[in-house]
Write a protein that binds this ligand. Sequence first.
Ligand SMILES: [Zn+2]
Length: 184
Amino acid sequence: MTVKRLIYYPQDEALLRQKSLRVSNLKNKRLKRLVQDLKDTLESQPGAAIAAPQIGVFKRVAVAKFGQNDDDDEQPMLTLINPEILEAGEPATGFDGCLSIPDIYTWDTPRPSWIRYRALGEDGRQIVGRVEGMDARVLHHEIDHLDGILFLDRLRNPDELYTPIADEDGKTKMVRLSALPRMS
Ligand SMILES: [Zn+2]
């Protein structure tokens, strides 16, 4: 079990902005280790997916748990090596959050409503799949990481960022980030 340290925005922004390289050698011990590190790290986190640059490795590899739409069961972790979008549906605005940008959420990023994609699995075999709704958002978000793009870049309105705050009754509510007093 190797849980890697996540890299965070804004302190590690330069790393999160790096473009990752395609994996060319699939029979590589380091790739196997990377996939296992991604799985172990995602296991330790509340998110649905993780991309290699989030643990400081600039290879086009992500691990995702699809099945994020209502009424779907969460699926086992799927490894996506060199994932590519083959075809995508009309963009729809919806939820976004990122393990590298903790406690900040939005409902304002447009992402494709469905995606037909191609990737290689960890056994090196080609996967062609179709995901929709939240799963398409998750896949699109992860491919963005491989290109150095963060969800903050995709906001339609930069003011549409929310953070959870506990009120006096201990209940958590989402408060607009810009409504909070500045700390510095
Ligand atoms: Zn992310």
